[in-house]
Design a protein around this ligand. Structure first.
Ligand SMILES: O=P(O)(O)OC[C@H]1O[C@@H](O)[C@H](O)[C@@H](O)[C@@H]1O
Length: 288
């Protein structure tokens, strides 16, 4: 296996692996386990030791350079949603550069970067992306987009996390202020969210300090926060979305809910030449 670019004293908590045919870094310490693919800086696993997986990845997902992984934490940039150039931007399916790995006690930190290229499409020549990922008893993903062009850019950024939980038994706490329904022309809706029973849910909710996924089936709470995200996307594909997508098993909708940190639409950052914008996603797990 390839040598890791250790920053500081090399540790034993991270190793370079090939997983599902793709390059990845596997983390295993006394405190946490994790996995991040170089394609997309895509984290598919994080869990404090002794805890069930906190992220969901579909057993039917593709693992191929240039094709999205369905599950984990897709990095969405520089556009959110469908476009002629594809769904959710070019950052997710390109191989990122592994810049550094460091270990301090039980936490492993991984730095990756992706220098955009004109051939990537929209904003390809303007952006350099960086990911700083902290795998410890808690989890942090910090995405940075730097504008290396000489004009303002307004990229959309999202960290599209798939949280593992029994969807039929979960409740999403903290979204009582309501939001808008993306499937009903952004009609206003009140919180809290109704039970997931196989219907497709695709909403923007006001992001309070913390959103809590009450994983009642797993006897735990997953606490999600993001200082920069004004709006959280809450998404579940439901029965029809699982059955119609070859990258999902038919009943996958029962196994997760997406609660995503976003800076999109009216909240997309305006980045001046030479400046950067950040989007952070933090998570921790508490026994309920
Ligand atoms: O590309 P993925 O991982 O299948 O996710 C698609 C979904 O991503 C969500 O972020 C969007 O709100 C949905 O509209 C979209 O269907």
């Amino acid at each position: 296996m390839a040598e890791l670019p250790w920053k500081g004293t090399p540790g034993t908590g991270a190793r370079a692996v090939e997983k599902n045919g793709l390059k990845a870094i596997e983390i295993q310490t006394d405190y946490a386990t994790g996995l991040v693919y170089l394609m997309g800086a895509h984290v598919t696993d994080w869990a404090p030791v002794g805890e069930e997986p906190v992220l969901f990845t579909s057993a039917a997902s593709n693992f191929e350079l240039g094709t999205p992984i369905r599950g984990g934490i897709p990095v969405v940039a520089p556009w959110f949603g469908p476009s002629d150039e594809g769904l959710h931007g070019w950052a997710r399916t390109r191989e990122w550069n592994l810049d550094a790995v460091s270990q301090d006690g039980g936490a492993v930190e991984v730095d990756l970067s992706l220098k955009g290229e004109a051939e990537f499409g929209t904003d390809g020549a303007a952006l350099e992306l960086a990911a700083h990922i902290y795998f410890g008893e808690t989890f942090t993903f910090e995405l940075t987009a730097k504008n290396v062009s000489d004009e303002d850019v307004t990229p959309e950024l999202a960290l599209h996390a798939y949280w593992a939980a029994n969807a039929e038994q979960l409740e999403v706490g903290g979204i009582e202020d309501g939001g808008v329904d993306r499937l009903a022309d952004n009609a206003e809706i009140e919180g809290p969210m109704e039970k997931l029973e196989g219907q497709t849910v695709d909403r923007f909710y006001t992001f309070p300090g913390t959103i809590t996924i009450h994983d009642n089936g797993g006897g735990r709470d997953i606490l999600v926060s993001s200082p920069e995200s004004a709006q959280a996307v809450v998404w579940n594909p439901g029965t029809s979305g699982s059955e119609s997508n070859a990258d999902f098993e038919n009943d996958d909708w029962k196994k997760f809910v997406c609660v995503e940190a976003t800076r999109v639409r009216d909240f997309a950052p305006i980045i001046r030449p030479g400046e950067e914008a950040k989007l952070t996603l933090q998570a921790k797990v508490k026994k309920a």
